[in-house]
Design a protein around this ligand. Structure first.
Ligand code: GDP
Ligand code: MG
Length: 394
């Protein structure tokens, strides 16, 4: 068993997973921490439990304040447009000015830190779609009160724009600090070798599903069942994507990790010394294993490269635009936005579940069609710019 917990400690964690209210969760975690072994094999879980406890206490405090005042600050931002991206960065990096210049949103810009305390959204136009950019409070250890709020916004978004300030300090350090703070809160900006998703419940048994070359590097499916059983989980779907370890699986029970496609915006490229700092960061990111983090030097102040961001986001998110049409009608003006690799039946499903159920065939015009109006089946893979006409039984 990876974490080598005592039966007592395990029982406390089981109590945590079963807890319904914040108060119950806090109590269970406190009990867990008081009995948890302090040895090396349990380090990650202890770290997680300590952080989670702090988060829950904060949540409780927020709830309390909300009850008192009738309504609390708006933590989550309703999604609009093709995708939502949170703009995250240290104090004074230029987050607010970037969002303002890119979207016209009226968010406060000032040369003193902590001007932005609530998330502010704006829309960035890219050709015929919009991306929603959300300005956020600063992410730094010096302002712990914002950390879980910013991480929460990131977890809920489709992607992250990580702003690094080229006018001061070491850009690599800035990047690593933010990456690590987010990771501690379950948000990954670098693509991991593998991910685990555990959906509790279901009809019965533990169902381990491997996708995208899913593989457990140090164990078997039997080991997974044993780990889950030790937390009294007997019914669940465990979805493994890529390479994962048994410890990854154990941690996923309590700390779901989610990976978000990320672009680093190296801001203030206009200031003296910024180019050298940018070079350092460029070389550093280019050496990373998978190059999943992209980089764009910008100047919010002088508008440098801001016109390139829309296309970069579009490519980074791996999405396509598909236009639907009725027989004899015109293609829709606004496209549906879908993940790359989506098929005709995905489009049908997105329009209406009935359309998918009674699907007969589709006609396709555009990049994926062999000829204009090609007749295709449900599994035909679409490309950006395709026009689709779906025919269903009535
Ligand atoms: N020279 C320069 N200054 C910038 C740039 N972007 C932002 N600033 C300045 O940096 C300060 C902080 O900007 P702000 O957008 O409020 O940062 P935030 O705290 O990250 O939201 C302000 O004085 C901005 O005018 C830039 O690209 N170049
Ligand atoms: Mg700001």
């Amino acid at each position: 068993m990876p974490a080598n917990l005592t039966a007592e400690a395990r029982a406390k964690l089981a109590k945590y997973t079963a807890a319904k209210t914040i108060e119950e969760k806090i109590k269970a975690l406190q009990e867990f921490l008081s009995v948890a072994p302090k040895h090396k094999g349990a380090e990650n879980l202890l770290l997680w439990a300590t952080r989670r406890l702090a988060e829950l206490k904060e949540e409780l405090e927020r709830e309390r304040r909300k009850r008192q005042s009738g309504r609390g600050p708006r933590i989550f931002v309703e999604k609009e447009g093709a995708a939502q991206l949170v703009v995250i960065g240290p104090p004074n990096a230029g987050k607010s000015l970037l969002v303002q210049k890119l979207t016209g949103a009226r968010t406060k810009v000032a040369d003193y830190p902590f001007t932005t305390t609530l998330p502010v959204p704006g829309m960035l136009k890219y050709e015929d779609i919009y991306f929603q950019l959300v300005d956020t409070p600063p992410l730094t250890e010096e302002a712990p009160q914002f950390v879980s709020r910013v991480a929460g916004l990131a977890r809920n978004a489709d992607g992250i724009l990580l702003v690094v300030d080229l006018s001061t300090g070491d850009p690599i350090e800035q990047y690593e600090k933010m990456r690590d703070i987010l990771a501690q809160h379950g948000v990954l900006v670098e693509k991991p070798r593998g991910t685990v998703k555990i959906e509790k419940g279901g009809s019965g048994g533990i169902d381990v599903i491997m996708v995208n070359g899913g593989k457990i590097v140090d164990g078997t499916i039997k080991d997974v069942e044993k780990i889950l059983a030790s937390y009294r989980i007997y019914r669940a779907r465990v979805i493994i994507s890529g390479e994962v370890s048994l410890e990854d699986i154990e941690l996923a029970i309590f700390r779901p990790l989610t990976y978000k496609p990320t672009i680093v915006l190296a801001n203030k490229i206009d200031v003296p010394g910024a180019k050298e700092r940018y070079k350092k960061l460029y070389n550093y990111l280019a050496e990373r294993r998978d190059k999943s983090v992209w980089l764009l030097p910008v100047s919010a102040k002088y508008g440098v490269n801001l016109n390139k961001l829309g296309e970069l986001i579009f490519k980074r998110l791996n999405i396509i635009r598909v236009y639907t049409k009725q027989p004899n009608g015109e293609p829709s003006k606004t496209p549906l936005v879908l993940p790359k690799g989506s098929t005709v039946i995905d489009v049908a499903r997105k329009i209406h579940s009935d359309l998918a159920e009674y699907f007969m065939y589709a006609k396709v015009w555009g990049p994926s069609a062999k000829y204009p109006g090609e007749r295709v089946g449900p599994d035909h893979v679409l490309e950006d710019g395709d026009i689709v006409e779906i025919h269903a039984r009535r």
